[in-house]
Ligand binder design. Structure first.
Ligand code: AHM
Ligand code: MG
Length: 325
């Protein structure tokens, strides 16, 4: 079976980008090792600190962030990093050609209960090689990404990657190497499975409320088919399910906090997951248009997210267009 290193060797991507991907893959192996140790690794529980998002940090959020930051800043091809857990961007090598943004441990509420979590990453080109990076350098729309992926720490540790030429999956074997298990995966166009946190229903906009109400009516409603629902509260696990068997994942705009249009972050979650889903033939939307077309204004900006099987994403966009919202 082809390991990650050899699989990347057979592509025509820039060798320095391959080295960045190798660094991420190796670091995620260490993060996965800590998770596998569970309570024995002393990584359960929370820190007394809050991150820039105003969320209490889990111990493993801090550990995973430190591991990725250290490894990437020691890679000479990395010009800078931005993390969901860091207030500011951090400059790296002057000769670096790549910027890496990451959510070191997504789905943190699942750490202490031993349910799947993941690391999400996005790689952007440096616009100003040779000079110290600034926040501005990172503020590129998602369609500029040169690579994106995640590592799912589930029953198997799985790396899912795109470099803009489809989506491939790798599983971490006992020998410590990632081996390719799936090539060019495709999200089925139609689905009967949806994922949304229903407890936020009353805070959604009217078209989202209408769509879910119709979904819940099943074959007797206007959509005319019966749906199943899943909610793991771990975006990596939800997107992995969707890449594997189809479905739709939504964290839409809600009115809970005026300054947060949705919970998820554009640079660490919205863009990399959109790149993967679109590369696998799925669709992604804010409900008003493409996530990857958004010109970011802030590194930690939030975005409403609707992604997965194309037919269903398009249907939700129609609900919004018809209401004018
Ligand atoms: P995190 O990056 O702080 O872990 O938050 C992101 C996670 C997503 O993985 C998941 O889809 C969502 O938060 C779950 O949120 P909620 O607890 O509101 O259902
Ligand atoms: Mg996250």
């Amino acid at each position: 079976m082809l390991n990650l290193h050899d699989a990347l060797k057979h592509t025509d991507i820039d060798p320095s980008l391959k080295e960045v991907l190798d660094t991420i893959a190796a670091t995620c192996k260490s993060i996965g090792g800590k998770l596998k140790g569970g309570a024995l690794s002393s990584v359960y529980g929370s820190e007394s600190s809050e991150n820039i998002q105003g969320e209490v940090q889990k111990k493993l959020d801090v550990v995973a962030n430190a591991l990725l930051k250290h490894a990437l800043l020691n890679n000479r091809h990395v010009a800078g990093v931005a993390s969901e857990e860091e207030e500011d961007v951090i400059g790296g090598s002057d000769e670096g050609r790549y910027l890496v943004t990451f959510d070191p441990l997504d789905g943190s509420s699942n750490i202490d209960i031993n349910v799947s979590v993941g690391t999400i990453f996005s790689i952007l080109p440096t616009k100003t090689p040779g000079s110290q990076v600034t926040m501005q350098d990172f503020l590129q729309p998602g369609h500029q990404q040169v690579a994106a992926g995640y590592v799912l720490y589930g029953p198997a540790i799985t790396l899912v990657l795109t470099t803009g030429n489809g989506v491939d999956m790798y599983a971490l074997d006992y020998d410590g190497d990632y081996y390719q298990t799936h090539k060019q995966i495709q999200v089925p166009k139609a689905t009967q499975e949806f994922a949304i946190n229903m407890s936020n229903q009353r805070f959604w906009e009217a078209p989202m409320q209408d769509y879910i109400a119709d979904v819940l009516q099943g074959e007797e409603g206007p959509i005319g088919k019966r749906f199943n629902m899943r909610w793991i509260a771990s975006m990596v696990a939800e997107i992995h399910r969707i890449l594997t068997r189809g479905g739709i994942f939504m964290y839409p705009w809600d009115s809970r906090e005026a300054d947060k249009p949705g919970k998820l972050r554009l640079m660490y979650e919205g863009n990399p997951m959109s790149f993967l889903v679109e590369q696998a033939g799925g669709a992604c939307s804010t409900s008003q248009g493409s996530i990857m077309d958004i010109q970011p204004e802030q590194i930690h900006q939030r975005v409403p997210v609707i992604m997965g099987s194309k037919e269903e994403v398009e249907r939700i966009e129609v609900y919004h267009q018809q209401s004018g919202d």
